[in-house]
Design a protein around this ligand. Sequence first.
Ligand SMILES: O=C([O-])C(=O)C[C@H](O)[C@@H](O)C(=O)[O-]
Ligand SMILES: [Mg+2]
Length: 423
Amino acid sequence: MGPVRSRIASVSVTPVAFEDPPLLNVVGVHQPYALRAIVRVRTDTGSVGLGETYGDEAQLQRLEAVGRAVLGHDVYDLNGLWRKAADALGTGSADAGASFGGMLQVDSAVATAYSPFEVACLDIQGHETGRPVSDLLGGAVRDTVPFSAYLFYKWAGHPRRPDDDWGEALTPDQLVVQAKRMVTAYGFDAIKLKGGVLPPDDEIDAMRALGEAFPDHRLRIDPNGGWTVDTSVRVASELADVLEYLEDPTPGIEGMAAVARETDLPLATNMCVIAFEHLEPAVRANAVGVVLSDHHLWGGLLRSRLLAGICDTFGMGLSMHSNSHLGVSLAAMTHLAAATPNLTYACDTHYPWKTEEVVKPGVLDFVDGSVAVPTGPGLGVEIDEDALGTLHEQYLSCGIQRREDTVYMQSVQPGFEPNTARW
Ligand SMILES: O=C([O-])C(=O)C[C@H](O)[C@@H](O)C(=O)[O-]
Ligand SMILES: [Mg+2]
């Protein structure tokens, strides 16, 4: 019998919108719906693989272009898949990157559009070989993957809509209430606050209140580059006994290196090291102690394993970044984290903030803050066709086609300016 050679027979890209609370960050506020795209790859052998990525309109166009280019491609040839994605989108100067929500600048649009196709091909490989994706990545080194509670300052509700059941969180006490609910429901033992929203002293107070309420939890704050170097150094010193790491206090490799010289607290990033070419200057400058990987942005699961190897080689820790996402992404994140020995920090996830889903329930449950690595073939999750249809209809009717935290914030607070190293 010759080798299995399943070829891509068709691709579907389904944009979906799911409800998202008014979560505040340095560039503004989350819109009432978060957008994702569900990619389904079908082979001539009848297998189906799943991928999930951003659903902004420019990303949908890239996904359609890659989808056309990979028809007929062997799902076991992932190097060839990358080449076809790169050719379809244009490399070099045309690979101008992508921006999501005005905060997340992505260096390579190719990496971001290739990622869901790679995940879908690995899902198919898993189905055809009867192995979970974690096995295809080298084998799970842990049965469960720990995630962290991802706290946000937030309004009680979106303007002109009823309040959501999380309520307002603008004070330390309100954040502690939010944390208690999330920790009780999910069992997380690490807690991250999305900062850069209030003046730094208020955010220091919030972290202290969280430290007092959760003395045994590991705490992090991420102001997304909202502070100057001097402010970052001051916050690092004030919170040295509270934090496990300080994430992106200030923009850029040079700024982070300047902060790193003045503190022993590890600095983490998903902003100044977002592509392979940033690793060398960051290592040389000793700018970061922890890199937040993200397979959606780094070009899939295998490239994320490569990133993990580089971090290991150069003595940098590894954590995982998250944007608003659904279950296909959570499954991929879980397999990747399970098969990455040096991913020792609890991964970020926005999962608790969502109330809607596209995968069938029962596989991705949080127990003691962790998700058990699915043991079935492939990613181990299945699409709920009715739910996918509903969220696609919601995409069509919600009127949102791209993430625009700043524009949405300015519709509520006209003078608002995104806060880069403002404080
Ligand atoms: O760790 C991070 O930098 C993020 O997760 C960035 C995201 O855009 C997050 O801040 C958000 O969704 O508001
Ligand atoms: Mg971050």
